[in-house]
Design a protein around this ligand. Structure first.
Ligand SMILES: C[S@@+](CC[C@H](N)C(=O)[O-])C[C@H]1O[C@@H](n2cnc3c(N)ncnc32)[C@H](O)[C@@H]1O
Length: 295
């Protein structure tokens, strides 16, 4: 089975599906790949796996669903079997169904994610949003889930706050960092709020550990973000087309029935992502990283 480039199992708000090629072009060679804010992990699914791969997200339901896809995909497929994508079922699984196990929680989460508008899982904004013509149909879910499960084999999947993941990332790891946007109201989409203080905390932790890892950070392009990361090596302005459709089916390459928009962000890196990517020079003493080491 070809595992290299597949789509995320999920529809995900803020997902980087449409920017994946642009992002992949700027990723340096690496043996350890880390996503502290995995969400739908569209970059992980779009790239080649490396020796060590770590996906993390603070949302326990998302992480439970990843773990189920990795470790018990056939159980998940069995629960999904025969359940149509209908508004009534969406209502039932959103409001009435009470899962009693990790497998049932994963089943509910996956079903709602595939049938909700833009995959938004924050319960206040989780509305029916599926169309047979432009969404992945339930008959195609098992095959796609099996491919995702195969790619997730051996992947470390964790549910921590980003700070712990970045602090514990192995030396010489490459981190793709895609936090909630700085200026948009992300609380509508995600289950855990990310405050201005969280953005500043991210900047501090990246600065602290920058000397022993490489990162590519994506953000909305704002003067405050640019000021925060004045110490980075590069800030690249990037634009890409994406489609907002009622159902945003990632498996279709077409833009039928969708509204085309332009994504505008900055890629912030602590390495030269344009001129060439040299091996990271780690200091001889690699233990005891403190603020002094990062300066
Ligand atoms: C912009 S989304 C990531 C999208 C992803 N790159 C994709 O392609 O689908 C940001 C993610 O950060 C997660 N998140 C929010 N606060 C977090 C925290 N303190 N630590 C780790 N993850 C967090 C959210 O649950 C959400 O899944």
């Amino acid at each position: 089975m070809m595992l290299e480039e597949i789509n995320s199992p999920f529809r995900y708000p803020g997902g980087k599906f449409y920017a994946r090629k642009l992002i992949l072009e700027h990723i340096p060679p690496h043996n350890c790949y880390v996503e502290p804010f995995a969400g739908g992990a569209s970059i992980f699914f779009a790239k080649k796996k490396v020796a060590r791969n770590i996906l993390n997200d603070v949302d326990p339901e998302l992480v439970n669903c990843y773990l189920t896809i990795r470790d018990n995909v056939e159980g998940l497929i069995e629960l999904l079997h025969g359940i149509p994508a209908t508004k009534e079922m969406h209502h039932h699984y959103k409001n009435m169904y009470k899962p009693t196990s990790g497998l049932e929680r994963a089943f509910r989460w996956y079903y709602l994610n595939r049938t909700s508008y833009s995959g938004i899982m924050n319960i206040q904004n989780c509305f029916w949003g599926y169309g047979d013509k432009y969404s992945m149909q339930p008959k195609n879910w098992p095959g796609h889930l099996r491919k995702c499960s195969a790619k997730l084999q051996g992947v470390e999947i964790t549910c921590f706050d980003f700070e712990q993941v970045i602090a514990q990332a192995p030396d010489d790891a490459f981190l793709f960092i895609d936090p909630p946007y700085f200026n948009a109201d992300q609380d509508k989409f995600y289950t855990h709020s990310f405050t201005r203080e969280s953005h500043y905390r991210l900047e501090r932790v990246l600065h602290l550990y920058s000397h022993r890892m490489r990162f590519l950070l994506t953000y909305d392009n704002s003067p405050e973000v640019r000021r925060m990361y004045h110490w980075s090596t590069q800030m690249l302005d990037k634009e890409w087309n994406y489609t907002i459709s009622r159902t945003d089916d990632q498996s279709k390459k077409t833009t039928v029935k969708g509204k085309r928009s332009m994504g505008k962000e900055i890629f912030i890196t602590n390495y030269d992502a344009v001129a060439g990517i040299l091996p990271l020079q780690l200091p001889l003493e690699r233990a005891g990283f403190g603020l002094a080491a990062a300066n």
